[in-house]
Unconditional design. Structure first.
Lengths: 660, 333
């Protein structure tokens, strides 16, 4: 008990420290003497999370009416330093209740959740009682919505008396859920039932005693305290169930299948029930990996298992051991694709059609991405509403890193000789949105779904990939590993990430990342000009010995050329770059430019005239806004024979189709 | 100009007319270059400034090609628009090519002088508009078939999705579409016979069209088998070329020459197979001529010099019948 109290105190202190560093807006870099633990091995990781909230729930599914009846208790501890006089409960299923919810009122477009709700969903809280000497019914005073805002996803429960710091309370509750048709990660599609955000959930308690509550927004995900979930699920016999945590008890009763799942050190619980599913299990890297899918999706499921065989040890090596005994994958039918591509603790949903060709790596990509969220969301439990880039962005980087390590450069797609890397897809697709909105902003503040997708996922990953390329992948691996291990079971903010980039990689890396993420930072390197000639004596009029002499231009010394290249850096980001000089005789030399100024003149000297200059020839600066202006030819341009050959060939094939 | 008449069926062989096949290839290659050049010029405008030219566009992670694609959205649209015009011109002139090719394969001069390229092109040009009419007819009929198939499949798919997994619905929809696709392909086979009929028949094009379609109706098996075998064979060189190109593509040095050779070695047999098919179609058309077939066919069948396993007529037991029929009945002017 004492040991636990000490651990709790230490955890509280660390959370408080992390929050002190977490900024309200753009963070300034922490001072040099910050005491971030450079945990590069698992030994430095926390073994368990601070246990703030425990849920003991029972849920009964009616798959015909698509309803869930729930009841149970919430045991909640005021782990903050201040008394708490109100609780906030997230009733997110009400996002699908009517067109007055925040989710319905703010169509964001060009992102997930765009489909219309064919069948409304809702959650109705039937009972909410604070169990104590004199039970207090909280339901009559529950504020389901705010004046002027009919949204019912974020309910306020005033408490009859404040909960003191360290005090634990128990709430009894009962509720009914009507699942919507599958939309925005949850709902039903025929007998497939994906049940997420289905219970009244206490908002995350911050160290100052405030609860980080927010309505269900189109682009926002979640943020919660760690705890233990003990959930008993009651479904009709014949339904396979996937849920957070391992099954600790299973029985059949009156045509019903009942199973109990218990999992500690997690901050959410979701489940799926489906009577058309089959399952496969495999022990991978010490974890029982289970995948549920329709038999028609067996081939895709095998690909997803293959992805896990690589990803589990890969992530363990980089970001620390996966701490849970189980990991369950659900591949929803393509008609329920909105339920796919989602992460919950120890439970992920993948996605993609049953016929996806091998060369398109969507199943592998989605699987690894959602598994990566077990780290960047699950274990490093950042505030997904306030700083979505911290989970989606870092996880997109981790996903691309893993896919490339596994599948090579054509990690997103590879058809014959045409390959596209995941990191390339992220970089290229995010460039068009760079000037639209800052990356580091609230999920709810994004105006367009395409900005959110391009910037939060792609741009963040590209900034981190650039850091890895410019300052070295080993340094970036250390930084990501340190971040993931240091903040396991904690709730870090952007300043924590930037501090690690500064300390582990380079101060310039941290500065560049901050500008790129918070200030819409961008950069475009340009090869402006290149000149070379034989060195010779200056020509012109010279006054020597009291007389004026005319010196004619000479042809210069043979076999030696001097010149320069002018290179510019446009934009607000700055990275050191290499500049390649190619002489007419094919000689190649590389010079480095620190990239600090706006424009620089780099000298050239060689035995042959300068023919070409290329800035950043290895594309280390993946955030370069336009790499097609990185090249300059002093004279004759090179050809494009391969393009001509391919274009003619495909033209011939096209003509064979079109001609009679 | 001397009158033209159908060759004996045994003489309607694509391999006996390499220059005509070469002309067909040259026509295709010329228009392919016309289609490709604007794209080439556009890309060279950017990557000509790189010391390795367009080699970076073949990088294994696809960065340069992806960036170029994203960055040149507007340019690509303009290039595609201009290429569409080139393609349209190619399609129109392609009917002259088809007519000339069929003429070169299937017709000869009555004065027994060799059929010149000019003769063949003249026949092709003379039949341009009728051939365009056949094309329009085929596009309408084939398009209607495909639209009907897609429509039925879509309705079935939507219905099945109410009660079963999408994979099952997808498979049933495909099962519904496939017969319509096969029907559309069959239509295109029939239209090829109609095209041949239009080219080899003197006088009204309508008679030629009728002749071609009647020939298909009489011997659909031979026509479909002849077309299918060649179509299947035509896939092989493309696959082989793709394998070679994927192994060698994007490497510096001699790989470009090897890929070029692989691609053109893939195209050449496809052009030859097309010519072979047209010759096969001409033999079928000739065999369906009513006037002489009854008398000539039995004797001709015995006398046929063509073994059945011949690649251009292997599936065509009636080639020999076409021989005599064609010589006597299809004289044209």
């Amino acid at each position: 008990m004492k040991k636990r109290a000490v651990a709790l105190a230490l955890a509280l202190a660390s959370v408080a420290l992390a929050d002190d560093r977490a900024p309200a807006g753009a963070p300034s870099l922490p001072p040099e003497d910050t005491s971030i633990a450079r945990a590069s091995t698992d030994a430095a990781m926390a073994a368990h999370a601070e246990r703030v909230v425990d849920y003991t729930l029972r849920a009964t599914l009616d798959p015909v009416a698509h309803t869930v009846h729930g009841e149970g208790t919430i045991r909640w501890t005021n782990a903050s330093a201040a008394p708490v006089s109100e609780l906030w409960l997230h009733l997110y299923m009400n996002a699908f209740k009517n067109e007055s919810s925040v989710w319905q009122r703010q169509p964001i477009g060009r992102f997930r959740g765009g489909a219309a709700v064919r069948d409304w969903g809702a959650i109705d809280l039937r009972r909410l009682v604070w169990k104590r000497e004199a039970d207090a019914d909280l339901l009559p005073r529950l504020e389901r919505s705010r004046p002027g805002d009919p949204d019912e996803t974020d309910a306020r429960a005033p408490l009859p008396s404040p909960v003191a710091p360290g005090q634990t309370i128990t709430l009894e509750l009962a509720w009914d859920v009507k699942l919507p048709s599958v939309v925005e990660r949850t709902g039903y599609d025929r007998s497939f039932h994906m049940v997420g955000q289905w219970f009244p959930k206490v908002a995350k308690l911050e160290p100052d005693g405030q609860l980080a509550h927010f309505p269900f927004h189109h682009l926002s995900e979640f943020y919660s305290d760690f705890g233990t979930y003990d959930v008993t699920l009651d479904v009709p016999a014949g339904f396979l169930v996937a849920a957070t945590g391992p099954v600790v008890e299973r029985r059949a009763e009156g045509g019903r299948a009942i199973q109990r799942h218990v999992q500690s050190d997690v901050h959410d619980f979701a489940w799926m029930a489906w009577d058309e599913a089959v399952e496969r299990t495999e022990r991978i890297d010490g974890v029982d990996v289970r995948i549920l899918h329709h038999p028609a999706y067996a081939a895709v499921a095998e690909r997803e298992l293959a992805a896990m065989r690589f990803a589990l040890p890969h992530f363990r090596e980089r970001y620390g051991r996966y701490p849970y005994s189980v990991l369950t994958l659900v591949h929803p039918p393509d008609t329920a694709r909105e339920a796919g591509g989602m992460e919950y603790p120890t439970l992920i949903t993948t996605g993609g059609p049953w016929w996806m060709p091998e060369g398109f790596r969507q199943p592998e990509l989605v699987t690894i991405h959602e598994f990566g969220h077990q780290y960047f969301y699950g274990l490093v439990a950042t505030n997904e509403e306030r700083w979505p880039f911290l989970d989606e962005g870092l996880n997109s980087y981790a996903e691309a890193e893993c896919l490339r390590a596994w599948l090579g450069p054509g990690s997103a797609s590879s058809l014959l000789s045409l390959g596209v890397g995941d990191h390339v897809a992220q970089a290229v697709s995010s460039r068009r949105f760079v000037h639209d909105e800052p990356v580091a902003r609230r999920a709810g503040d994004f105006v367009l779904g395409q900005d959110y997708g391009g910037l939060v996922y792609g741009r963040t990953a590209t900034v981190l990939e650039t850091t890895a390329r410019v300052w070295g992948k080993p340094a970036m691996d250390r930084a990501m590993g340190t971040y993931a291990r240091t903040f396991r079971y904690r709730h870090p903010g952007p300043a924590d990430l930037l501090a690690i980039l500064r300390d582990v990689v380079d101060p310039r890396a941290a500065t560049a990342a901050k500008v790129a993420l918070f200030d819409k930072g961008w950069v475009d390197y340009v090869a402006v000009e290149a000149v070379s000639r034989k060195p010779r004596e200056p020509a012109g009029l010279f006054d020597r010995g009291g007389k004026r002499e005319t010196v004619a231009a000479t042809s210069g010394a043979e076999g030696r050329y001097t010149g320069y290249a002018v290179v510019s850096r446009r934009g607000t980001l700055s990275y050191p770059v290499d500049v390649l000089f190619v002489a007419e005789d094919g000689t190649r030399t590389t010079r480095s430019w620190d990239g600090v100024g706006d424009t620089t003149r780099l000298p050239y000297e060689g035995t042959s005239p300068l023919a070409f200059v290329v800035v950043d020839p290895e594309h280390k600066v993946l955030v370069d806004q336009d790499s097609t202006n990185n090249m300059f030819a002093t004279g004759a341009r090179a050809g494009a024979p391969r393009i001509m050959e391919r274009a003619v060939y495909f033209g011939q094939l096209a003509l064979e189709v079109a001609l009679p | 100009m001397s009158a033209l008449r159908l060759r004996p069926a045994s003489a309607i062989r694509a391999r006996k007319h390499p220059l005509a096949v070469a002309f067909a290839w040259l026509f295709e290659a010329t228009f392919a270059v016309a289609l490709a050049h604007p794209f080439y010029a556009s890309i060279r405008g950017v990557y000509g400034a790189h010391p390795d030219g367009d080699l970076p566009l073949f990088s294994p992670d696809g960065l340069e090609i992806a960036e170029l694609f994203m960055r040149s959205e507007g340019t690509t649209r303009a290039l595609v628009a201009s290429s569409t015009w080139v393609l349209a011109i190619a399609v129109v002139l392609g009917h002259v090519r088809l007519g000339a090719l069929v003429a070169a394969l299937a017709l000869e001069r009555e004065d027994e002088l060799p059929l010149s390229g000019r003769d063949a092109l003249g026949r092709g040009a003379a039949r341009l508009f009728p051939l365009l009419g056949v094309q329009a007819l085929g596009a309408l009929f084939g398009g209607a078939l495909l639209a009907l198939g897609m429509g039925l499949a879509g309705k079935l798919h939507a219905h099945l999705l109410q009660t079963s997994i999408d994979a099952r619905a997808d498979r049933w929809a495909i099962a519904v579409v496939v017969p319509f696709v096969l029907l559309a392909l069959t239509t295109s086979v029939a239209l090829d016979l109609a095209r041949v009929g239009v080219v080899v028949t003197p006088g009204r094009a309508r008679d030629g069209l009728r002749l071609g379609l009647r020939a298909f109706a009489k011997r659909p098996g031979a026509a479909i088998a002849g077309w299918s075998a060649r179509a299947a064979l035509g896939v092989v060189p493309v696959v082989l070329a793709a394998i070679v190109a994927s192994r060698l593509g994007g490497r510096p040095g001699a790989s470009l020459a090897l890929v070029l050779a692989a691609h053109q070695i893939a195209i050449a047999p496809r052009v030859a197979l097309r010519a072979s098919w047209l010759a096969h179609a001409a033999r079928i058309v000739a065999a369906s001529r009513p006037a002489a077939t009854s008398a000539a066919a039995p004797a001709a069948a015995d006398a046929s010099p063509e073994p059945k396993a011949q690649p251009e007529g292997g599936a065509d037991g009636g080639d020999a019948a076409a021989e005599n029929a064609s010589t006597s009945a299809l004289a044209t002017r």
